[in-house]
Design a binder for this molecule. Structure first.
Ligand code: ADP
Ligand code: MG
Length: 207
C-alpha cells in the first residue's frame, strides 16, 4: 500500500463493526471484573450490549457514507450502552462522523479524532490524567498524528490503559473511592484500548 492521502477511506465498515463487537463480546467478563474493582461492575455488559446493537445494524450502516455511519453508530451507542460510558463513547463516534469528510485522508482523520476526543472531554467535564477513557484516547490521537503505524497505535493504546493503574480516579464512579482506586486499570481505558486494537487490525499498517 502506498501512503496516498485517501488511504484512510479503504475502510470496510462491516469488517470494522464485526471486529469491535467481537472484541467487546470476548472481553466482556474482563471489563466487568475491572469495573467490579473500582465501579459497579456493569461496564463489560454495557459495552457488549451496545456493540451487539450496532452489529445488528451492520447491513444498513455499511450502505451509508462513512460520516453518516459513524453518526448512526454513536447514536446507537448512546441509546444502548447506558452508564456514564454510553454518552461518552456515543459522543466520540458522533463527533467523528460530524468532523470527518466523506473521503478522509490521514490528516483529516487525525484532526477529526482530536476534535471528537475534545467533545468527549467536554461532555464528561474531564481531562487527561483523571483515570478515564481519555487517558487512552489522547495518546491514540497523538500516535495517529505522529504517523505511527496501526500496530504501533494499538500497542500505545494498551500501554496507555496499563498506565491508568497508578492513577487516582478524579471522574466517574471510581472517583468516590479516592486513593482506593489506585492500583486498578480503568475499565473505560481498557475498552478504549480494545476498540483501538480492533479498528487498527482492520486497517492497513500505514493509513
Ligand atoms: P458507570 O460508571 O456509569 O457504571 P461504565 O461502567 O459503563 O459506566 O463506564 C465507566 C467508565 O466510563 C470509566 O471507567 C471511565 O473510563 C469512563 N468515565 C466515567 N466518567 C467519565 C468522565 N466524566 N469523563 C470521561 N470518562 C468517564
Ligand atoms: Mg460501571
Amino acid at each position: 500500500m502506498t501512503m496516498d492521502a485517501a488511504a484512510v477511506t479503504n475502510i470496510d465498515l462491516t469488517t470494522l463493526i464485526t471486529a469491535v463487537a467481537d472484541t467487546m463480546a470476548a472481553h466482556a467478563d474482563e471489563l466487568t471484573a475491572l469495573d467490579q474493582a473500582i465501579g459497579d461492575g456493569d461496564h463489560g455488559l454495557n459495552m457488549k450490549r451496545g456493540f451487539e446493537a450496532v452489529r445488528a445494524e451492520t447491513a444498513t450502516l455499511a450502505e451509508k457514507p462513512l460520516p453518516e455511519a459513524l453518526k448512526a453508530i454513536g447514536t446507537k451507542l448512546v441509546m444502548t450502552v447506558g452508564g456514564a460510558s454510553g454518552p461518552l463513547f456515543g459522543t466520540l463516534f458522533m463527533a467523528l462522523g460530524k468532523e470527518l469528510p466523506a473521503e478522509p485522508g490521514r490528516a483529516d482523520f487525525s484532526a477529526a479524532l482530536a476534535k471528537a476526543i475534545d467533545a468527549v472531554a467536554a461532555r464528561g467535564k474531564s481531562q487527561a490524567g483523571q483515570k478515564t477513557m481519555l487517558d487512552v484516547l489522547y495518546p491514540v490521537q497523538t500516535a495517529v498524528a505522529a504517523g505511527k503505524t496501526t500496530p504501533e497505535v494499538a500497542d500505545i493504546a494498551d500501554q496507555a490503559a496499563e498506565a491508568t493503574k497508578p492513577l487516582k480516579a478524579i471522574r466517574g464512579r471510581a472517583s468516590v473511592l479516592g486513593d482506593r482506586s489506585i492500583g486498578h486499570m480503568d475499565p473505560g481505558a481498557r475498552s478504549s484500548a480494545l476498540i483501538t486494537r480492533a479498528i487498527a487490525g482492520t486497517l492497513e499498517p500505514r493509513v
